[in-house]
Design a binder for this molecule. Structure first.
Ligand SMILES: [Mn+2]
Length: 307
């Protein structure tokens, strides 16, 4: 029997009641190096069974106060054209309730633009953690390639803040150089004293709608080997959490959309556990910032047996 798609083994809330929506998008069409991102969402949700309900940084049990549901998976139908799949992804995202926190689980990075266009139609800022700039106009003949999402997003006028970049084409570097709407925090520069704090200061100064797009290869591959296109260098776990905390602590930012993409499950299972724990941190930090800890635990999905 196929494993039920649940987070922390919790029964799924009715989508209309949910404070957190998890959308599995196991899309893998344009992989260029290591295959397996299609298995990402299922592996992340399976790893989540091993998490504690208690989240130690914020010292609370988020899902005793918040309701969560894992939505039906969005995946390409056999022989479906790329464009048709992406249109379907747009329509799915557009129909979701606007108020909850959406965490989309990839799958490859090509899934981000349509969900963003559907959820933030009036514009906003994309905070993009990645080893790669993903600013190619097309790659291997397709605008939907996983090397292209940030080009498509920038072309629609969204502001881009890219963090951890350490692999890009000369044309991408030229675009970054000439485009005031893109700020890049290169991986190597972030190692210099003071630069990390400047990045945190920028995140603290943002306002308005923010989409957080986390390519797991933005992290150090020594921590997380399970990514499609690993690059040496990268963020530490704690740096990743610092970024998340800076964004959720900023009350002028409306952060209701996050994607976590490009995970390739691996035999050691550390990579998918890291992604699962990252999902939990997103829920905890965001939930606390929204005051969900003040809500009564009645109606929680967690029963006494789960303690
Ligand atoms: Mn990448």
């Amino acid at each position: 029997m196929k494993r039920p798609m649940q987070f922390l083994s919790l029964p799924n809330a009715a989508p209309a009641d949910a404070d957190v929506l998890i959308l599995p998008v196991p899309h893998e069409q344009t992989v260029t190096y290591k295959a397996g991102t299609a298995n990402g969402p299922e592996a992340i949700l399976a790893a989540s069974e091993q998490l504690e309900f208690f989240e130690e940084d914020m010292a609370w049990c988020p899902l005793q106060h918040m309701k969560l549901t894992v939505l039906p998976t969005v995946e390409a139908i056999e022989h479906e054209a790329e464009e048709a799949f992406h249109r379907r992804l747009f329509e799915t995202a557009e129909q979701l309730p606007a108020k909850p926190l959406l965490i989309a689980l990839g799958g490859e990075h090509s899934i981000t633009p349509e969900m963003l266009f559907a959820r933030l139609p009036a514009g906003g800022t994309v905070v993009h953690i990645d080893a790669h700039a993903d600013l190619r106009p097309r790659y291997h003949g397709s605008i939907y390639n996983h090397a292209c999402p940030m080009y498509r997003i920038r072309a629609r006028g969204y502001r881009l803040i890219q963090i951890g970049i350490r692999s890009l084409h000369a044309n991408e570097a030229a675009q970054i150089e000439s485009d005031d709407g893109i700020t890049v925090w290169f991986d190597r520069a972030l190692q210099r004293p003071g630069v990390w704090q400047q990045l945190l200061d920028q995140l603290a100064s943002l306002s308005g709608p923010v989409w957080l797009s986390i390519d797991m290869d933005g992290f150090d591959p020594a921590l997380i080997t399970g990514v499609g296109t690993p690059q040496p260098g990268g963020l530490s776990w704690h740096q990743g959490l610092d970024l998340l905390q800076a964004l959720t602590a900023n009350r002028a930012v409306d952060l209701r959309n996050i994607d976590i993409v490009e995970l390739v499950p691996e035999p050691g299972r550390v990579s998918e556990m890291m992604a699962a724990k990252l999902v939990q941190k997103c829920i905890s930090y965001w939930g606390k910032s929204q005051g969900f800890d003040q809500r009564l635990t009645q109606g929680s999905q967690i029963g006494a047996d789960d303690e």
